[in-house]
Write a protein that binds this ligand. Structure first.
Ligand code: NAP
Length: 241
């Protein structure tokens, strides 16, 4: 029997991350649910375990160097390799128009949405390199598309949240760079746009379900060996950068 794939999903205690973990676990993947709050992570993993799924809590605050190093050490001991990393943890700081954005809003947003992704990816890359089909999925957003954000006809044009949008544009750039460095390995690195999904992040104003939002990241997390790398996708296909 083939070995079970091993996945880490960051920010998996709720929202789209929890649903990604759920869908991957239902596909027979052993899923570590990253959560910065241990109790919330345990409760989320417990829910999936109650369905007979192999879901495990993983204490992981993406902004905290020591927490990330401890999570990497635990995975090294427990699993010895990693097949799928979904960098899902993200925050949205409501910061008003660009002229009023504080450096603190930018710093806090980037600490999670940008530096957190690089920190976690670098820490877990040695484990991903041991996989014969490593997959990294970065949870971007349609708001990270500079093409859409600068097109006055696009529904995204009116949404000018400087810290959040630019953090996701930076994440897109980071996706391309990691994909390039890893182009001669089996590891594929892609960015996912889940659409506007009803979660705590938008006080459940989103129009899509978490199941719909998880579809693209799960597809990218389980791409076949001839699948793309260095791309930016939603359910409809490629998203313009
Ligand atoms: P959510 O319900 O607010 O969930 C965000 C998750 O990230 C929570 O588990 C949260 O943990 C976690 N998180 C935040 N900071 C963290 C940190 N420092 N370390 C570890 N975990 C942390 O939001 P969501 O809508 O599911 O968002 C998931 C991802 O999708 C985000 O990257 C978001 O930008 C992206 N996205 C969402 C939408 C949408 O319409 N909802 C659209 C495009 C992109 P706590 O519970 O501890 O806060």
């Amino acid at each position: 029997m083939a070995e079970r794939r091993v996945a880490v999903v960051t920010g998996a205690n709720k929202g789209i991350g929890l649903e990604i973990a759920h869908q991957l676990a239902r596909m027979g993947v052993t899923v570590y649910l990253g959560a910065r709050d241990e109790a919330r992570g345990r409760a989320a993993a417990e829910k999936l375990r109650a369905e007979g799924l192999d879901a495990r809590p993983l204490s992981l605050d993406v902004t905290d160097e020591r927490s990330v190093a401890a999570a990497a050490a635990l995975l090294e001991r427990d699993a010895g390799r990693l097949d799928i990393l979904v960098n899902n943890a993200g925050i949205f700081v409501d910061d008003g128009p660009p002229s009023r954005v504080s450096a603190d809003s930018l710093r806090r947003t980037y600490e999670t949405n940008v530096f957190g992704v690089v920190r976690v990816t670098q820490a877990l890359l040695p484990l991903l390199r041991r996989s014969d089909a490593g997959r990294i999925v970065n949870m971007s957003s349609g708001l990270g598309s500079i093409t859409q954000n600068s097109d006055p006809r696009s529904p995204f044009a009116a949404v000018k949240c400087l810290a959040y949008n630019s953090s996701k544009s930076a994440l897109n750039a980071i996706t391309v760079q990691f994909a390039h460095e890893l182009r001669d390995t089996p590891i594929k690195v892609n960015a996912a746009d889940p659409g506007y999904v009803a979660t705590d992040m938008n006080r459940h104003q989103g129009v899509r379900s978490v199941a719909q939002g998880a579809a693209t990241p799960v597809r990218l997390a389980t791409l076949p060996s001839d699948g793309p790398t260095g791309g930016y996708f939603n359910d409809a296909g490629s998203v313009p950068w």
